[in-house]
Write a protein that binds this ligand. Structure first.
Ligand SMILES: *[C@@H]1O[C@H](CO)[C@@H](O)[C@H](O)[C@H]1NC(C)=O
Ligand SMILES: *[C@@H]1O[C@H](CO)[C@@H](O)[C@H](O)[C@H]1NC(C)=O
Ligand SMILES: *[C@@H]1O[C@H](CO)[C@@H](O)[C@H](O)[C@H]1NC(C)=O
Ligand SMILES: *[C@@H]1O[C@H](CO)[C@@H](O)[C@H](O)[C@H]1NC(C)=O
Length: 342
């Protein structure tokens, strides 16, 4: 997908979309497991922060019945036992040691236990329906090794100068960036990662976890056209994380003024930010919600889906199966991931 397409999605996304589900999924666990890219490997190469159902595990077979294996979810839509995860952000101090950057809860869902905000969009056009993927479906957005702008994929970063999500203009702002903001963001750094919206309709996964899905061509986002190789349009899923970068005062930044944050796979640019998704919705509620163009923003209800309160969803969590220190200053990134600039 071209950059302009993604930027247009971002413009459309905040509340001006006809059908938009926006919901809190608090932290489930932060650990080095990756059942999509490194199934069965404990620990996986780099750290992740994970939200969603508590069937999350080192191995999650496409044949497993995730909604029946899970007993809770950190998401406020209680039929969503999917898992969503991204790399973890670290602060690198002047003395070379690292500390995990905590995650902040998002605007309007401030009670959430960190984690992420998950969005599912259906097309504005009442006559255009999207198909919810089948159980077993999974996909990967982004390329962890990217260190420069790419025409196929972008993340969008927003620097909040002050706590309270300020400034927070509707849609895309000229100050939003495709890489980690280079200035001090006292109110946090928000990052949006967009999943593809076209599926081949057959394969639940592919060897690179990407080639069974595609971004649209032609018009923008869900208004675009799915290529003939990937004819089935699926909901626009995107996730939003806010890193509490204000915890690290500007006085402790590198003396040359360069930004000190680095993603757990060794990415100091942010271009290599990526996100993983394992579908785990129970029943057909999500399909009905998409067909009904459900919008739960600003206190509206989606009658097709069951929801719970944020404090209730916060009760769901998992112990680490790949044990990693989350609170100390550490001499290297977990897994000794080297920092790479290209
Ligand atoms: C899709 O088209 C509608 C109607 O023209 C427009 O309001 C909306 O913003 C478009 N969505 C995207 C993602 O471009
Ligand atoms: C994770 O997998 C292990 C090994 O198969 C199993 O013993 C354990 O019960 C699983 N945990 C969860 C939460 O599903
Ligand atoms: C490294 O710097 C951090 C931040 O200033 C500090 O908290 C930590 O104690 C230092 N660690 C060592 C080993 O000096
Ligand atoms: C479901 O969401 C609505 C809208 O946010 C809220 O008013 C309601 O209390 C929630 N229901 C439950 C059971 O938490």
């Amino acid at each position: 997908m071209h950059l302009t397409s993604l930027l247009a999605i971002a413009v459309a996304a905040p509340s001006v979309h006809a059908g938009m589900l926006r919901f809190a999924c608090g932290q489930l666990v932060s650990e080095r497991l990756d059942p999509l890219v490194n199934p069965g490997l404990n620990p996986s190469p780099h750290m992740h922060q994970i939200v969603g159902g508590n069937a999350f595990n080192a191995t999650m077979s496409p044949n497993s019945d995730i909604p029946s294996q899970a007993t809770c979810t950190t998401c406020t839509f209680t039929e969503d036992f999917s898992n969503y995860w991204t790399a973890m952000l670290y602060f690198r101090a002047r003395n070379g040691t690292f500390k995990r950057v905590p995650i902040m809860a998002n605007e309007y869902i401030e009670a959430a236990n960190g984690g992420m905000t998950v969005y599912y969009l259906s097309p504005d056009d009442k006559n255009v329906k999207v198909t919810v993927p089948k159980p077993g479906f999974r996909m990967l957005a982004g390329v962890q090794s990217l260190r420069q702008a790419d025409s196929k994929f972008v993340n969008l970063y927003r620097c909040y100068d002050e706590l309270g999500f300020k400034p927070n203009p509707m849609g895309m702002a000229t100050t939003d960036t495709k890489d980690l903001p280079k200035r001090h963001c006292a109110g946090g750094i928000r990052v949006n990662t967009f999943f593809p919206t076209c599926w081949d309709g057959k394969n639940l996964d592919s060897p690179d976890h990407q080639s069974h899905v595609s971004y649209t061509t032609g018009a923008l986002g869900l208004n675009g056209t799915c290529p003939s190789t990937h004819p089935v349009m699926i909901p626009q899923i995107f996730i939003e994380t806010i890193w509490d970068t204000g915890k690290f005062p500007k006085e402790e930044w590198p003396t040359d003024g360069s930004q000190p944050f680095v993603f757990s796979q060794g990415d100091p640019t942010g271009f290599g930010h990526h996100a993983d998704y394992i579908f785990g919705w129970q029943g057909d509620g999500l399909q009905r919600a998409m067909d009904a163009k459900c919008d739960n923003t600003f206190g509206k209800m989606c009658l097709e889906l069951k929801n719970t309160t944020i404090p209730q969803a916060n009760k769901c969590s998992q112990p680490q199966k790949a044990v990693e220190d989350l609170d100390s200053w550490i001499p290297t990134l977990p897994g000794n991931m080297p920092i790479t600039y290209s």
